[in-house]
Write a protein that binds this ligand. Structure first.
Ligand code: ISL
Ligand code: CA
Length: 548
């Protein structure tokens, strides 16, 4: 396995809007990130992935970019960005930007031009089609609105938008558009950034002829949202390789492509080193378990991605939450009696499974889901779309609210909890979104003062990874593929063998592993270790790393 810095790295994701507000307008900003770099240095992370901080009307919080060369004024200026990059680099922290090029904002100058007339030079930057029988060109549904098509009076055609109607899809078939994207990527690389997380990158190639979806309608209005049809279309790899050749290959950078509906069989083509496309992808197979977690299925997914990607010359990512997902401790752990233990267990899991671990801001202090009391408290466009779809399909508004209270993307977007002062120390003004009332107990200040906090467990995990190649390059062997409650596996490299044992339940569990479980404890979320001979003896949410 070739050695690369991005395989050894731990990435920390920052959602700037909710991280730290430096000027009291209630919105997190780049100077807020600069203020907290020493905190991140203390944690020990290697890379920051910054969610979009480009100019945007914020229909989808920055995933609708109106100028790829400008910083969103609410977040600061280009000077602030340059300073952030510089200050991060001084601390040995790299910065990865979000690349959002499946779509732009409808307020981008390309789209303003494009929609102005059929023969405008920018017309083909987007995907325009004639009406079919006076209606949409096909039956596609959008992720954020019923139809994926919006009619534009000026030119009498529809444009495609897989997300909101303020996020028109870019036309990757058109070479000048692709060249503009590469130019823009090089602009950021030349500033010194260290890579890109690529938003829904496997949607940029549309299926030839834009055929109707064969799925039965799944929106209340009769359209079919069909991610399988939109994703991984023939020709995508060639686009990624062209991008690699024109940009990525010229820099020492890392890339991770967010990819919907992706399997290891498909992903390996994008991430195999010899294919010169991407370094790794984010898949959704683990996230798909969130409404019905099943440890055996989780293990199968890990095994499949290990065999199908890591063993075949590619690399994986590991994450359990991000800015689109509920808080991991609330979904995969126990955010009540065992919040601390289970937060540490989940951290141990993603840092010891094969692949690059990604931490989402607040995860390292065990932040939980928030309670939202009414639909108005939700800020996310997707929460409002789900609310309207689910109520149209007959759910009561209280049923939808209770669903959103588990799964909304806004759980990740409540402000980072820095201390127990008003607004969790996030802002001196009025925060743009509700602060989770649990901040009085769960906050950074508290965590830093408690040697047993989740924070220090994460810090130790990161330090262990840095000091022990076995955590990065070690072979992975699942010892308990069918066990529903305990996950035990080894990582081994050059004669070093580590056993990782995790109890996913709130009860005491014993298990005969049929091989020795004794050795030196490298890290645990309990003060002692009860494993003897061949028998694991684990307390609620116990997570141990043993050097055998
Ligand atoms: O959030 C989702 C599931 O919970 C998805 O529908 C999500 O929209 C999809 O994962 C793509 O996400 C990315 O692109 C979106 C943006 O809203 C997300 O924040 C981004 O991560 C459109 O740019
Ligand atoms: Ca601010």
């Amino acid at each position: 396995m070739t050695k690369k810095w991005w395989k050894e790295a731990v990435v920390y994701q920052i959602y700037p809007r909710s991280f730290k507000d430096s000027n009291g307008d209630g919105i997190g900003d780049l100077r807020g990130v600069i203020e907290k770099l020493d905190y991140l240095k203390e944690l020990g992370i290697d890379v920051i992935w910054l969610n979009p901080c480009y100019a945007s009307p914020n229909d989808d919080n920055g995933y609708d970019i109106s100028d790829y060369y400008q910083i969103m004024p609410e977040f600061g200026t280009m000077d602030d960005f340059d300073e952030l990059l510089d200050e991060a680099h001084k601390r040995g922290i790299r910065i990865v930007m979000d690349l959002v090029v499946n779509h732009s904002s409808d307020e981008h100058k390309w789209f303003i031009e494009s929609r102005s007339s059929r023969d405008n030079p920018y017309r083909d930057y987007y995907i325009w089609r004639d009406p079919r029988d006076g209606k949409e060109p096909n039956n596609w549904g959008s992720f954020f609105s019923p139809s994926a098509w919006e009619y534009d009076e000026t030119t009498g055609q529809y444009y495609l938008h897989l997300f909101s109607k303020k996020q028109p899809d870019l036309n990757w078939e058109y070479e000048p558009l692709r060249q503009e994207v590469y130019k823009m990527m090089n602009f950021w690389f030349d500033k010194g950034i260290d890579g890109f997380r690529m938003d829904v990158i496997n949607l940029i190639k549309k299926p030839a002829g834009l055929p109707d979806s064969k799925l039965p309608p799944n929106t209340a209005e009769g359209y079919s949202i069909d991610p399988e049809l939109y994703a991984n279309n023939p020709g995508l790899l060639e686009f990624l390789q062209e991008m690699n050749k024109n940009t990525l290959s010229k820099y020492d950078c890392m890339t991770v492509g967010e990819s919907v509906c992706i399997t290891p069989e498909i992903a390996i083509n994008y991430v195999k080193e010899d294919n010169h496309a991407l370094n790794m992808v984010f898949h959704f197979e683990v996230m798909d378990l969130k409404e019905n977690f099943d440890l055996v299925r989780f293990k199968k997914i890990q095994q499949k991605w290990y065999d199908g990607v890591m063993k075949k010359g590619g690399w994986n990512s590991q994450y359990l939450n991000n800015h689109d997902q509920p808080r991991q401790v609330s979904i995969f752990g126990n955010d009540r009696e065992y919040r601390i233990e289970s937060a540490k267990l989940l951290g141990t899991l993603i840092h010891t499974l094969p692949g690059t671990p990604y931490i989402y801001q607040g995860e390292e202090i065990g932040m939980t889901n928030c309670r939202f009391d009414s639909i108005d408290e939700f800020k996310d466009i997707q929460a409002h779309f789900s609310y309207s779809q689910m109520t149209k399909k007959g759910m009561s508004s209280s049923e939808v609210l209770s669903w959103l209270n588990k799964y909304s993307r806004d759980h990740a977007r409540t402000p980072m909890q820095w201390d127990d002062t008003e607004n969790a120390g996030f802002t001196s003004g009025k925060p743009w979104i509700k602060v989770n009332p649990k901040y009085e107990k769960i906050n950074v200040k508290e965590a830093l003062n408690d040697p047993n906090s989740v924070f220090y467990h994460y810090k130790k995990l990161i330090a262990l990874r840095r000091a022990n190649e076995v955590m990065v390059y070690g072979d992975f062997l699942d010892l308990t593929p069918t066990h529903k409650e305990i996950y035990a596996y080894t990582r081994s490299l050059n004669g070093v063998e580590w056993l990782i044992a995790l109890n996913f339940t709130s009860g005491d569990k014993k298990l005969d592993l049929g091989r020795s479980v004794e050795g030196k404890v490298k890290l645990s979320n309990y003060p002692d270790y009860l494993g003897k001979g061949q028998t694991l003896n684990l307390r609620p949410y116990e997570a141990v790393i043993i050097e055998l």
